[in-house]
Every structure is written in structure tokens, then in C-alpha cells.
Ligand binder design. Structure first.
Ligand code: NAP
Ligand code: GFB
Length: 326
């Protein structure tokens, strides 16, 4: 849902992590769909503009741009296997980034900061569907506890800044697994869909089998990065709660990893053998999230059909193979 010009006052929006999967999607939607409006400025940061793990560099880039609004995406991010290898780094690096960014935003009197949690940070032992009230109700899955606890602290930061100063409506969105153009297609560190797309591309060329990791039985909800970007822009100016909001397709859209792999095979027109390496971890079995709160606010929002989004992603990857992150 894109707002009309009358709905937004002049804004200077600083997007941390503006060069990643989600950041690029927001760039596309702002420039190609919504348009940059009178009195607005959008700045998309990469880590070369400032290492946000460094307090001095963070303060400097915020002082330089004096943002009124911040979309905070920057983070150490990765799939299940990268998380399993580096829980300590995921905890420390993301705590540094989050503490620096929120304090720097507070010091320049930014009126809005929208940060990013993830549906994988909820308690591992939980009832379903998961909703926004459950974030702190128990330990996360052991595979990504470092990332999960660091992300949960963003919710604590938001409440603390609002407590400190009533005008600080710092909040967070909770996306489910995101995929799309400009994803990280690195097979070792990336998420499942870009990993399978990259592996199918190689298997096709080499005439080798496509190896899906794990049993294929875990279940996931996937949101297309461009849909997430459209919802982010609504949250930035319309969502007035400090409490976070889940941004996900409905529970009924949840698929198994096997079904996701079969969709990649179909879209990539892979004709070879598909095998499952059950020596590899499955991670969380499921993290089924409710989007009832989103539906209440945006009842008419339409998600891109999964297969169409997957085709756009695969087409982008094949067309940009040389320059894609892999
Ligand atoms: P991504 O593609 O890995 O992009 C990460 C971004 O953060 C990049 O722009 C990167 O800059 C920047 N960054 C990383 N470390 C930095 C540092 N020390 N200083 C400054 N910038 C730094 O990640 P993404 O998938 O777009 O994720 C964006 C947000 O969505 C994250 O907060 C993530 O936790 C959240 N999220 C992602 C998913 C998912 O499935 N992808 C699901 C739920 C939530 P460079 O480009 O210069 O490296
Ligand atoms: O996207 P993913 O790596 O992370 O998905 P999570 C992992 C699931 O896909 C596991 C299976 O069940 C894997 O066994 N899988 C099958 C594969 N083939 C592959 C493959 O080629 N690559 C990968 N990566 N998985 C993450 C969290 O959990 O969700 C992160 O660890 C983050 O913190 C992310 O929040 C959104 O969905 O399991």
C-alpha cells in the first residue's frame, strides 16, 4: 500500500543496511513505485559509509545527515549454517550495531526509527501461530541464539527510548524469511532459497544432482523483498505503536523446505536428480507466524504470489550471475 503525497510531511530518511537484500528492495520501491516527494531526502548507507559497529563512525554519519527518520536494516545476517558457526559474532556484532544506531538516532532527535527483528527469534518451545506478544516468552532455537537475543534487545531499546522520551516512537518490524533480487546467494552463508537457486544453477551447468540440505520437512513462510519494502514504507509513516509488528504472508502460505525446493526446480527448469543430505541440520522445524495484526491495519495489501516472486528472483540471479553476492 503506497501513501499519497498528502500523507507524508518532509522527511530525511536514513536507511542503514541500504545495500543489502531488503535495502535494495526499499530503494527500488521508493524510486520506481512511490517516488521521492517534495522536501524528502533518502540516504541508503553501506558499510563503506560507516562501520556501524564503531560508535564514533556511527555518530559521525548521523551528525552528517541529521535524519528525521531511520530505517535500521544493518546487521550481521545469515542463514541457519552461518548462524550455527558464529553465534558469538552474531550476538556481539549486532548488539554493537544496534546500540550505536539507536543512540545516534536519539542524539540527532530522529522522530522515527523502524528496526528489523525476525520471526526466527521467537521462543523455540511455543504455541502456534506465533504473535508479537511472545518475543520474550522463552529461549530461542539453539542454532541462532546469538542473533535472536541481539534482535530481541532491539525491542528493549525501543521501549527504553520511548520511556526516556515520550516523543520517541522507535519501533520494529518482524519479517519472516525474506528472498528476492540482490539476495546473498552464497551457498555456505546464505538462506535456503538463494542457496537452492545457486545450487540449481551450478547443478544445471555441471549435470550434477541438486543437493537439498536436511530432511526437507521443516516449514517456512517466505516474503518477497519487494512486498516487505512496500510494507516498510507504510510502517515508516503510519504505524504508531512502539510494539513490533509481524510482516509475513499468512500461516496458510507456509511451505515445507521440500516444496520450496520443488518450486526452485520448476522455476529454474532443473531436469537433474534432486537428493536430500540428511547429515545436514534441519534447524527450527517451524516458526509459523500470524499476520493478523498486519491484516487489521492493511486488510487490502496483496502479496506477490510465491511462484511469481521466485521466478523474478531466479531471473534476476541468472541475469546478474557475475555481479551477484555469491
Ligand atoms: P544483507 O543482505 O546481508 O544486508 C546487510 C546490510 O547491512 C548491508 O547493506 C551491509 O552493508 C550492512 N551492514 C552489515 N554490517 C554492517 C556494519 N558493520 N556497518 C554498516 N553496515 C553494515 O541483509 P538483509 O537480508 O537485507 O537484512 C536486512 C535486515 O532484515 C537485517 O536487520 C536482518 O536481520 C533482517 N531480516 C532479514 C531476513 C532475511 O531472510 N534476509 C529475515 C528477517 C529479518 P554492506 O552491503 O556494505 O556489507
Ligand atoms: O534460510 P535458512 O538457512 O534459515 O533455512 P532458517 C534453513 C532450512 O533450509 C533448514 C534447509 O531446514 C535447512 O536444512 N536447507 C535446505 C537449506 N537446503 C539448504 C541450503 O542450500 N541452504 C540453506 N541455508 N538451508 C534463519 C535464522 O533460520 O532464518 C537466521 O537462522 C535468520 O537467524 C533467517 O533469521 C531468516 O529459516 O532455518
Amino acid at each position: 500500500m503506497i501513501l499519497g503525497p498528502e500523507k507524508t510531511a518532509p522527511m530525511r530518511v536514513l536507511v542503514t543496511g541500504g545495500t543489502g537484500l531488503v535495502g535494495r528492495a526499499i530503494q527500488h520501491v521508493v524510486r520506481e513505485e512511490r517516488g521521492i516527494r517534495e522536501g524528502e531526502e533518502w540516504i541508503f548507507l553501506s558499510s563503506t559509509d560507516a562501520n556501524l559497529m564503531d560508535a564514533g563512525e556511527t555518530r559521525e554519519v548521523f551528525q552528517k545527515h541529521q535524519p528525521t527518520h531511520v530505517i535500521h536494516l544493518a546487521a550481521m545476517v545469515g542463514g541457519l549454517f552461518k548462524n550455527m558457526r558464529a553465534n558469538l559474532d552474531f550476538w556481539r556484532n549486532n548488539i554493537y550495531i544496534n546500540d550505536n544506531v539507536l543512540q545516534a538516532a536519539h542524539e540527532v532527535d530522529a522522530v522515527r526509527v523502524v528496526s528489523c527483528l525476525s520471526t526466527c527469534i521467537f521462543p523455540d518451545k511455543t504455541t502456534y501461530p506465533i504473535d508479537e506478544t511472545m518475543i520474550h516468552n522463552g529461549p530461542p532455537h539453539k542454532s541462532n541464539f546469538g542473533y535472536s537475543y541481539a534482535k530481541r534487545m532491539l525491542d528493549v531499546y525501543n521501549r527504553a527510548y520511548h520511556d526516556q522520551e515520550r516523543g520517541r516512537f522507535y519501533t520494529a518490524v518482524i519479517p519472516t524469511n525474506v528472498f528476492g533480487p540482490h539476495d546473498n546467494f552464497n551457498i555456505k552463508d546464505g538462506h535456503v532459497l538463494p542457496g537452492l537457486i545457486h545450487k540449481a544453477y551450478i547443478a544445471q551447468k555441471e549435470g550434477s544432482p541438486l543437493v537439498v540440505w536436511g530432511s526437507g520437512t521443516p516449514r517456512r513462510q517466505f516474503i518477497y523483498s519487494l512486498d516487505l519494502a512496500r510494507l516498510f514504507l507504510w510502517v515508516l509513516t503510519e504505524y504508531q505503536e512502539v510494539e513490533p509488528i509481524i510482516l509475513s504472508v499468512g500461516e496458510e502460505e507456509e511451505v515445507s523446505i521440500k516444496e520450496a525446493a520443488e518450486a526452485v526446480v520448476e522455476v529454474m527448469r532443473f531436469k537433474g536428480q534432486v537428493t536430500y543430505d540428511t547429515t545436514k541440520a534441519d534447524g527450527q522445524f517451524k516458526k509459523t507466524a500470524s499476520n493478523a495484526k498486519l491484516r487489521q491495519y492493511c486488510p487490502s495489501f496483496t502479496f506477490t504470489p510465491f511462484k511469481q516472486a521466485l521466478k523474478e528472483t531466479c531471473d534476476w540471479f541468472v541475469a546478474n550471475y557475475d555481479s551477484a553476492r555469491k
